[in-house]
Design a protein around this ligand. Structure first.
Ligand code: NAP
Length: 402
Protein backbone atom coordinates (compact mmCIF):
# COMPACT_ATOMS: atom_id res chain seq x y z
CA UNK A 1 0.00 0.00 0.00
CA UNK A 2 1.44 3.32 -1.01
CA UNK A 3 0.55 6.95 -1.28
CA UNK A 4 1.22 8.29 -4.76
CA UNK A 5 1.19 11.68 -6.49
CA UNK A 6 -0.13 12.12 -10.04
CA UNK A 7 1.02 15.35 -11.72
CA UNK A 8 -1.27 16.55 -14.54
CA UNK A 9 -5.03 16.21 -14.92
CA UNK A 10 -5.40 16.11 -18.71
CA UNK A 11 -6.56 13.45 -21.16
CA UNK A 12 -3.93 10.85 -20.21
CA UNK A 13 -3.98 11.53 -16.45
CA UNK A 14 -7.78 11.11 -16.40
CA UNK A 15 -7.38 7.53 -17.64
CA UNK A 16 -4.54 6.69 -15.25
CA UNK A 17 -6.52 8.03 -12.30
CA UNK A 18 -9.58 6.01 -13.45
CA UNK A 19 -7.46 2.85 -13.21
CA UNK A 20 -5.61 3.77 -9.99
CA UNK A 21 -8.91 4.64 -8.27
CA UNK A 22 -10.09 1.05 -8.72
CA UNK A 23 -7.21 -0.28 -6.60
CA UNK A 24 -7.63 1.20 -3.11
CA UNK A 25 -5.91 -1.97 -1.85
CA UNK A 26 -2.71 -0.77 -3.57
CA UNK A 27 -3.26 2.99 -3.69
CA UNK A 28 -5.18 4.08 -0.59
CA UNK A 29 -4.43 7.76 -1.22
CA UNK A 30 -3.89 9.47 -4.58
CA UNK A 31 -2.82 13.11 -4.68
CA UNK A 32 -3.71 14.67 -8.06
CA UNK A 33 -1.69 17.85 -8.50
CA UNK A 34 -1.91 20.03 -11.58
CA UNK A 35 -1.86 23.58 -12.86
CA UNK A 36 -5.66 23.93 -13.01
CA UNK A 37 -7.04 22.98 -9.58
CA UNK A 38 -10.64 22.53 -10.83
CA UNK A 39 -9.56 19.64 -13.09
CA UNK A 40 -8.02 17.86 -10.07
CA UNK A 41 -11.17 18.51 -8.07
CA UNK A 42 -13.34 17.04 -10.84
CA UNK A 43 -11.31 13.84 -10.73
CA UNK A 44 -11.74 13.59 -6.97
CA UNK A 45 -15.51 13.99 -7.42
CA UNK A 46 -15.68 11.45 -10.25
CA UNK A 47 -14.16 8.66 -8.12
CA UNK A 48 -15.65 9.12 -4.64
CA UNK A 49 -14.81 5.51 -3.70
CA UNK A 50 -11.09 6.40 -3.88
CA UNK A 51 -9.32 8.84 -1.60
CA UNK A 52 -8.21 11.46 -4.10
CA UNK A 53 -6.70 14.67 -2.79
CA UNK A 54 -6.70 17.56 -5.32
CA UNK A 55 -3.82 20.05 -5.20
CA UNK A 56 -2.78 23.02 -7.34
CA UNK A 57 0.83 22.76 -8.53
CA UNK A 58 3.10 24.53 -10.98
CA UNK A 59 5.33 21.59 -11.85
CA UNK A 60 7.94 23.86 -13.45
CA UNK A 61 8.66 25.07 -9.93
CA UNK A 62 10.87 22.41 -8.35
CA UNK A 63 10.67 23.96 -4.87
CA UNK A 64 6.86 23.87 -4.98
CA UNK A 65 6.91 20.18 -5.97
CA UNK A 66 9.44 19.36 -3.23
CA UNK A 67 7.16 21.06 -0.69
CA UNK A 68 4.18 19.02 -1.94
CA UNK A 69 6.19 15.79 -1.78
CA UNK A 70 7.40 16.59 1.76
CA UNK A 71 3.80 17.30 2.79
CA UNK A 72 2.39 13.97 1.53
CA UNK A 73 5.52 11.73 1.62
CA UNK A 74 4.46 9.57 -1.36
CA UNK A 75 6.45 6.58 -2.62
CA UNK A 76 6.01 7.42 -6.29
CA UNK A 77 5.30 10.43 -8.51
CA UNK A 78 3.60 9.81 -11.87
CA UNK A 79 4.42 12.64 -14.28
CA UNK A 80 1.44 12.87 -16.64
CA UNK A 81 1.93 16.56 -17.38
CA UNK A 82 3.99 17.60 -20.40
CA UNK A 83 7.56 16.72 -21.48
CA UNK A 84 8.76 20.19 -20.37
CA UNK A 85 8.08 19.18 -16.75
CA UNK A 86 10.25 16.03 -16.85
CA UNK A 87 13.46 17.60 -15.57
CA UNK A 88 11.98 19.84 -12.83
CA UNK A 89 9.96 16.86 -11.59
CA UNK A 90 12.96 14.50 -11.71
CA UNK A 91 14.92 17.09 -9.68
CA UNK A 92 12.10 17.33 -7.14
CA UNK A 93 11.85 13.54 -6.77
CA UNK A 94 15.61 13.30 -6.18
CA UNK A 95 15.46 15.98 -3.54
CA UNK A 96 12.46 14.50 -1.74
CA UNK A 97 13.44 10.82 -2.14
CA UNK A 98 10.48 9.73 -4.32
CA UNK A 99 10.42 7.24 -7.22
CA UNK A 100 9.44 8.68 -10.62
CA UNK A 101 7.79 7.71 -13.90
CA UNK A 102 6.71 9.56 -17.04
CA UNK A 103 5.21 8.90 -20.48
CA UNK A 104 7.24 11.18 -22.76
CA UNK A 105 10.91 12.12 -22.97
CA UNK A 106 12.10 15.62 -22.21
CA UNK A 107 12.31 18.18 -24.97
CA UNK A 108 13.41 21.77 -24.43
CA UNK A 109 10.55 24.22 -25.05
CA UNK A 110 12.61 26.18 -27.59
CA UNK A 111 13.78 23.09 -29.60
CA UNK A 112 11.28 20.48 -30.82
CA UNK A 113 13.76 17.61 -30.56
CA UNK A 114 13.19 14.68 -28.25
CA UNK A 115 16.42 13.26 -26.85
CA UNK A 116 16.92 10.96 -23.90
CA UNK A 117 20.35 12.34 -23.00
CA UNK A 118 18.84 14.92 -20.64
CA UNK A 119 17.13 12.25 -18.56
CA UNK A 120 19.77 9.53 -18.91
CA UNK A 121 22.14 12.03 -17.25
CA UNK A 122 20.22 11.45 -13.98
CA UNK A 123 21.05 7.73 -13.84
CA UNK A 124 23.95 7.85 -11.34
CA UNK A 125 22.18 10.26 -9.02
CA UNK A 126 19.02 8.13 -8.93
CA UNK A 127 21.07 4.94 -8.46
CA UNK A 128 23.05 6.46 -5.59
CA UNK A 129 19.86 7.70 -3.91
CA UNK A 130 18.31 4.20 -4.21
CA UNK A 131 15.52 5.67 -6.37
CA UNK A 132 14.00 4.34 -9.57
CA UNK A 133 12.85 6.38 -12.56
CA UNK A 134 10.98 4.70 -15.43
CA UNK A 135 10.97 6.75 -18.64
CA UNK A 136 8.30 6.70 -21.33
CA UNK A 137 5.79 4.24 -19.91
CA UNK A 138 2.75 5.03 -22.05
CA UNK A 139 1.88 2.94 -25.12
CA UNK A 140 4.33 4.32 -27.68
CA UNK A 141 6.76 4.77 -26.05
CA UNK A 142 6.10 2.24 -23.32
CA UNK A 143 4.27 -0.91 -24.34
CA UNK A 144 6.00 -0.84 -27.75
CA UNK A 145 9.36 -0.97 -25.90
CA UNK A 146 8.09 -3.93 -23.83
CA UNK A 147 6.92 -5.67 -27.06
CA UNK A 148 10.46 -5.37 -28.46
CA UNK A 149 12.00 -6.61 -25.18
CA UNK A 150 9.58 -9.55 -25.19
CA UNK A 151 10.44 -10.38 -28.81
CA UNK A 152 14.19 -10.16 -28.11
CA UNK A 153 13.80 -12.55 -25.17
CA UNK A 154 11.28 -15.06 -26.49
CA UNK A 155 11.03 -14.87 -30.28
CA UNK A 156 14.39 -13.91 -31.80
CA UNK A 157 18.10 -14.57 -31.41
CA UNK A 158 18.73 -11.26 -33.14
CA UNK A 159 16.32 -8.52 -34.23
CA UNK A 160 17.50 -6.78 -37.42
CA UNK A 161 14.61 -4.57 -38.56
CA UNK A 162 12.02 -2.78 -36.45
CA UNK A 163 9.00 -0.85 -37.70
CA UNK A 164 6.62 0.58 -35.12
CA UNK A 165 3.21 1.07 -36.73
CA UNK A 166 0.48 3.27 -35.25
CA UNK A 167 -2.95 3.70 -36.83
CA UNK A 168 -5.92 5.60 -35.47
CA UNK A 169 -8.74 4.64 -37.83
CA UNK A 170 -11.37 6.19 -35.58
CA UNK A 171 -13.57 9.16 -36.30
CA UNK A 172 -14.56 11.92 -33.83
CA UNK A 173 -16.70 13.98 -36.21
CA UNK A 174 -14.73 17.23 -35.83
CA UNK A 175 -13.00 18.92 -38.78
CA UNK A 176 -9.64 18.87 -36.98
CA UNK A 177 -8.44 17.81 -33.52
CA UNK A 178 -5.41 16.11 -32.02
CA UNK A 179 -5.74 13.05 -29.80
CA UNK A 180 -3.39 14.28 -27.12
CA UNK A 181 -1.94 17.67 -26.22
CA UNK A 182 -1.95 19.66 -29.48
CA UNK A 183 1.29 21.52 -28.91
CA UNK A 184 3.26 18.35 -28.12
CA UNK A 185 1.56 16.41 -30.93
CA UNK A 186 2.14 18.99 -33.68
CA UNK A 187 5.74 19.64 -32.58
CA UNK A 188 6.32 15.90 -33.02
CA UNK A 189 4.73 15.64 -36.46
CA UNK A 190 6.07 18.85 -38.00
CA UNK A 191 9.72 18.22 -37.13
CA UNK A 192 11.93 16.40 -39.68
CA UNK A 193 11.33 12.67 -39.97
CA UNK A 194 14.22 10.69 -38.50
CA UNK A 195 15.07 7.01 -38.36
CA UNK A 196 18.06 4.84 -37.53
CA UNK A 197 19.95 2.88 -40.17
CA UNK A 198 23.32 1.13 -39.74
CA UNK A 199 24.10 3.11 -36.59
CA UNK A 200 23.27 6.48 -38.18
CA UNK A 201 20.35 8.81 -37.57
CA UNK A 202 18.91 9.63 -41.02
CA UNK A 203 16.95 12.86 -41.33
CA UNK A 204 14.32 13.59 -44.01
CA UNK A 205 11.87 16.49 -44.49
CA UNK A 206 8.67 16.29 -42.38
CA UNK A 207 6.11 13.74 -43.67
CA UNK A 208 8.14 13.18 -46.85
CA UNK A 209 8.17 9.36 -46.69
CA UNK A 210 5.00 7.30 -46.66
CA UNK A 211 4.13 3.68 -47.16
CA UNK A 212 1.01 1.54 -47.26
CA UNK A 213 0.68 -0.66 -44.17
CA UNK A 214 -1.96 -3.33 -43.50
CA UNK A 215 -3.45 -3.07 -40.01
CA UNK A 216 -5.49 -5.86 -38.36
CA UNK A 217 -9.28 -5.18 -38.39
CA UNK A 218 -8.63 -1.94 -40.33
CA UNK A 219 -7.02 -2.83 -43.65
CA UNK A 220 -4.46 -0.90 -45.67
CA UNK A 221 -3.71 2.67 -44.64
CA UNK A 222 -1.09 5.18 -45.74
CA UNK A 223 1.42 5.67 -42.93
CA UNK A 224 4.02 8.43 -42.66
CA UNK A 225 7.51 8.15 -41.26
CA UNK A 226 7.98 10.37 -38.22
CA UNK A 227 10.54 10.39 -35.41
CA UNK A 228 9.50 8.88 -32.11
CA UNK A 229 11.63 8.81 -29.02
CA UNK A 230 11.59 5.05 -28.39
CA UNK A 231 13.69 4.54 -31.53
CA UNK A 232 16.64 6.17 -29.74
CA UNK A 233 16.54 3.93 -26.66
CA UNK A 234 15.66 0.74 -28.57
CA UNK A 235 18.64 0.94 -30.98
CA UNK A 236 20.89 1.62 -27.98
CA UNK A 237 19.62 -1.32 -25.93
CA UNK A 238 19.25 -3.76 -28.85
CA UNK A 239 22.36 -3.04 -30.95
CA UNK A 240 21.61 -5.86 -33.44
CA UNK A 241 18.84 -3.64 -34.87
CA UNK A 242 20.06 -2.38 -38.24
CA UNK A 243 17.14 -0.15 -38.99
CA UNK A 244 14.39 1.28 -36.78
CA UNK A 245 11.51 3.39 -38.04
CA UNK A 246 8.20 4.72 -36.74
CA UNK A 247 5.07 5.06 -38.88
CA UNK A 248 1.83 6.87 -38.12
CA UNK A 249 -1.31 7.16 -40.24
CA UNK A 250 -3.10 10.47 -40.85
CA UNK A 251 -6.31 11.08 -42.74
CA UNK A 252 -6.31 13.30 -45.85
CA UNK A 253 -8.42 15.86 -43.99
CA UNK A 254 -5.98 15.94 -41.04
CA UNK A 255 -3.04 16.51 -43.38
CA UNK A 256 -4.89 19.18 -45.34
CA UNK A 257 -5.58 21.16 -42.15
CA UNK A 258 -2.06 20.59 -40.82
CA UNK A 259 -0.48 21.85 -44.05
CA UNK A 260 -2.67 24.96 -43.97
CA UNK A 261 -1.67 25.63 -40.33
CA UNK A 262 2.01 25.16 -41.23
CA UNK A 263 1.73 27.34 -44.34
CA UNK A 264 0.29 30.29 -42.44
CA UNK A 265 2.66 29.95 -39.49
CA UNK A 266 0.16 28.67 -36.91
CA UNK A 267 2.48 25.82 -35.86
CA UNK A 268 5.33 28.22 -35.02
CA UNK A 269 6.73 27.74 -31.51
CA UNK A 270 8.49 31.13 -31.28
CA UNK A 271 6.59 34.15 -29.93
CA UNK A 272 5.34 36.78 -32.39
CA UNK A 273 4.31 40.28 -31.45
CA UNK A 274 0.55 40.89 -31.57
CA UNK A 275 -0.37 44.48 -30.68
CA UNK A 276 2.42 44.66 -28.13
CA UNK A 277 1.76 41.19 -26.66
CA UNK A 278 4.00 38.16 -27.29
CA UNK A 279 1.85 35.33 -28.70
CA UNK A 280 3.13 31.81 -29.45
CA UNK A 281 1.09 30.72 -32.52
CA UNK A 282 0.95 26.99 -31.65
CA UNK A 283 -0.33 27.80 -28.13
CA UNK A 284 -2.95 30.11 -29.65
CA UNK A 285 -4.00 27.35 -32.08
CA UNK A 286 -4.36 24.97 -29.12
CA UNK A 287 -6.86 27.36 -27.51
CA UNK A 288 -8.99 27.32 -30.68
CA UNK A 289 -9.17 23.55 -31.12
CA UNK A 290 -10.94 20.85 -29.08
CA UNK A 291 -9.48 19.57 -25.82
CA UNK A 292 -8.41 15.97 -26.69
CA UNK A 293 -10.32 14.59 -23.68
CA UNK A 294 -13.55 16.18 -24.99
CA UNK A 295 -13.50 14.02 -28.15
CA UNK A 296 -14.31 10.85 -26.21
CA UNK A 297 -18.15 10.66 -26.32
CA UNK A 298 -18.35 10.84 -30.15
CA UNK A 299 -15.24 8.82 -31.04
CA UNK A 300 -15.88 5.56 -32.90
CA UNK A 301 -13.60 3.03 -34.52
CA UNK A 302 -10.37 1.09 -34.21
CA UNK A 303 -6.89 1.98 -33.04
CA UNK A 304 -4.03 -0.39 -33.79
CA UNK A 305 -0.50 0.04 -32.45
CA UNK A 306 2.26 -2.53 -32.77
CA UNK A 307 5.79 -3.51 -33.67
CA UNK A 308 6.77 -5.34 -36.83
CA UNK A 309 10.06 -7.17 -36.49
CA UNK A 310 12.40 -9.10 -38.74
CA UNK A 311 15.48 -11.03 -37.62
CA UNK A 312 16.79 -14.53 -37.06
CA UNK A 313 15.78 -17.36 -34.78
CA UNK A 314 17.76 -20.63 -34.58
CA UNK A 315 19.68 -19.72 -37.70
CA UNK A 316 16.58 -19.02 -39.83
CA UNK A 317 14.89 -15.75 -40.85
CA UNK A 318 11.80 -14.93 -38.83
CA UNK A 319 9.22 -12.14 -38.77
CA UNK A 320 6.82 -11.19 -36.01
CA UNK A 321 4.07 -8.65 -35.46
CA UNK A 322 3.02 -7.83 -31.91
CA UNK A 323 0.10 -5.46 -31.60
CA UNK A 324 -2.83 -4.15 -29.65
CA UNK A 325 -6.15 -3.30 -31.27
CA UNK A 326 -8.83 -1.49 -29.32
CA UNK A 327 -11.91 0.56 -30.14
CA UNK A 328 -12.59 4.11 -28.98
CA UNK A 329 -16.01 2.98 -27.72
CA UNK A 330 -14.38 0.45 -25.35
CA UNK A 331 -12.17 3.15 -23.86
CA UNK A 332 -15.22 5.37 -23.39
CA UNK A 333 -17.18 2.60 -21.71
CA UNK A 334 -14.32 1.80 -19.32
CA UNK A 335 -12.99 5.24 -18.39
CA UNK A 336 -15.03 7.84 -20.32
CA UNK A 337 -12.00 8.42 -22.54
CA UNK A 338 -10.96 8.12 -26.19
CA UNK A 339 -8.62 5.29 -27.17
CA UNK A 340 -5.41 7.31 -27.67
CA UNK A 341 -5.51 8.76 -24.16
CA UNK A 342 -6.55 5.29 -22.94
CA UNK A 343 -3.63 3.45 -24.55
CA UNK A 344 -1.26 6.06 -23.04
CA UNK A 345 -2.94 6.23 -19.61
CA UNK A 346 -3.41 2.56 -18.73
CA UNK A 347 0.31 1.54 -18.78
CA UNK A 348 1.45 4.11 -16.15
CA UNK A 349 -1.17 2.72 -13.75
CA UNK A 350 0.22 -0.80 -14.25
CA UNK A 351 3.79 0.51 -13.91
CA UNK A 352 2.84 2.17 -10.61
CA UNK A 353 1.63 -1.21 -9.35
CA UNK A 354 4.84 -2.93 -10.48
CA UNK A 355 7.06 -0.27 -8.91
CA UNK A 356 5.39 -0.19 -5.52
CA UNK A 357 5.02 -3.97 -5.34
CA UNK A 358 8.72 -4.45 -6.10
CA UNK A 359 8.20 -6.36 -9.38
CA UNK A 360 10.02 -3.49 -11.05
CA UNK A 361 12.58 -2.41 -8.50
CA UNK A 362 15.96 -1.22 -9.71
CA UNK A 363 17.61 2.02 -8.59
CA UNK A 364 18.58 4.20 -11.55
CA UNK A 365 16.93 5.65 -14.65
CA UNK A 366 15.50 3.06 -17.04
CA UNK A 367 13.71 2.80 -20.34
CA UNK A 368 10.91 0.25 -20.37
CA UNK A 369 12.81 -2.31 -22.50
CA UNK A 370 15.47 -2.57 -19.76
CA UNK A 371 12.90 -3.95 -17.29
CA UNK A 372 11.26 -7.40 -17.35
CA UNK A 373 8.46 -7.10 -19.94
CA UNK A 374 6.34 -10.00 -18.65
CA UNK A 375 4.73 -8.36 -15.57
CA UNK A 376 3.57 -5.42 -17.69
CA UNK A 377 2.40 -7.48 -20.67
CA UNK A 378 0.61 -10.05 -18.46
CA UNK A 379 -1.48 -7.30 -16.87
CA UNK A 380 -2.43 -5.43 -20.07
CA UNK A 381 -5.40 -7.55 -21.26
CA UNK A 382 -7.25 -7.41 -17.93
CA UNK A 383 -6.55 -3.68 -17.81
CA UNK A 384 -8.30 -3.20 -21.19
CA UNK A 385 -5.39 -3.50 -23.64
CA UNK A 386 -5.36 -6.97 -25.25
CA UNK A 387 -2.31 -7.82 -27.36
CA UNK A 388 -1.46 -10.47 -29.88
CA UNK A 389 1.73 -12.03 -31.26
CA UNK A 390 1.83 -13.33 -34.82
CA UNK A 391 5.05 -15.13 -35.76
CA UNK A 392 6.08 -15.44 -39.42
CA UNK A 393 3.69 -12.64 -40.27
CA UNK A 394 3.94 -11.66 -43.95
CA UNK A 395 5.43 -8.18 -43.58
CA UNK A 396 4.91 -7.44 -47.26
CA UNK A 397 4.04 -3.78 -46.66
CA UNK A 398 7.34 -2.98 -45.00
CA UNK A 399 10.30 -2.99 -47.40
CA UNK A 400 13.30 -4.85 -46.04
CA UNK A 401 16.61 -5.15 -47.86
CA UNK A 402 17.89 -8.75 -47.47
N1 NAP B 1 3.68 7.43 -24.40
C1 NAP B 1 2.50 7.58 -24.94
O1 NAP B 1 1.94 6.62 -25.49
C2 NAP B 1 1.81 8.90 -24.92
C3 NAP B 1 0.70 9.09 -25.73
C4 NAP B 1 0.00 10.29 -25.64
C5 NAP B 1 0.47 11.31 -24.81
N2 NAP B 1 1.59 11.08 -24.06
C6 NAP B 1 2.10 12.14 -23.16
O2 NAP B 1 1.20 12.30 -22.10
C7 NAP B 1 1.35 13.61 -21.57
C8 NAP B 1 -0.01 14.21 -21.28
O3 NAP B 1 -0.74 14.34 -22.48
P1 NAP B 1 -2.26 14.81 -22.45
O4 NAP B 1 -2.83 14.55 -23.78
O5 NAP B 1 -2.90 14.27 -21.22
O6 NAP B 1 -2.06 16.38 -22.31
P2 NAP B 1 -3.11 17.43 -21.71
O7 NAP B 1 -4.51 16.95 -21.88
O8 NAP B 1 -2.73 18.74 -22.27
O9 NAP B 1 -2.77 17.39 -20.15
C9 NAP B 1 -1.57 17.87 -19.63
C10 NAP B 1 -1.82 18.20 -18.17
O10 NAP B 1 -0.61 18.69 -17.61
C11 NAP B 1 -0.89 19.90 -16.92
N3 NAP B 1 0.26 20.80 -16.92
C12 NAP B 1 0.88 21.38 -17.96
N4 NAP B 1 1.88 22.18 -17.54
C13 NAP B 1 1.89 22.08 -16.19
C14 NAP B 1 2.68 22.65 -15.17
N5 NAP B 1 3.69 23.49 -15.46
N6 NAP B 1 2.40 22.34 -13.90
C15 NAP B 1 1.39 21.50 -13.58
N7 NAP B 1 0.61 20.91 -14.50
C16 NAP B 1 0.85 21.20 -15.79
C17 NAP B 1 -2.03 20.53 -17.71
O11 NAP B 1 -2.64 21.50 -16.94
P3 NAP B 1 -3.86 22.39 -17.49
O12 NAP B 1 -5.06 21.52 -17.27
O13 NAP B 1 -3.83 23.61 -16.66
O14 NAP B 1 -3.58 22.63 -18.95
C18 NAP B 1 -2.87 19.30 -18.00
O15 NAP B 1 -3.71 18.96 -16.92
C19 NAP B 1 2.19 14.39 -22.59
O16 NAP B 1 3.50 14.50 -22.11
C20 NAP B 1 2.18 13.52 -23.80
O17 NAP B 1 3.34 13.65 -24.58
C21 NAP B 1 2.26 9.91 -24.09
Amino acid sequence: MARIVVVGAGAVAQVTVCKLARRPDLFPEIVVASRTFSKCQRLAERYPQARIIPEALDADNTAATVALLRKYKPELLLNLALPYQDLPLMDACLEAGVHYLDTASYEPPETPLYEYRYQWAYHERYAQAGLMAVLGIGFDPGVTNAFVAYAAKHLFDEIHYLDIVDCNAGSHGRPFATNFNLEINLREITQPGRYYEDGRLVEVPPLSISQEVRFPEIGVRKAYLIFHEELESLVKHFPTIRRARFWMTFSESYLMHLKAFMNVGLTRIDPIDYEGHPVVPIKFLQKLLPDPASLAPDYKGWVSIGVQLRGIYQGKPRTAYIYTNIRHEWAYQDCGSQAIAYTAGVPPAIAAELMISGLWKRPGVWNVEQLPPEPLLERLPAAGLPWKVVVDYPLDFIDVPE
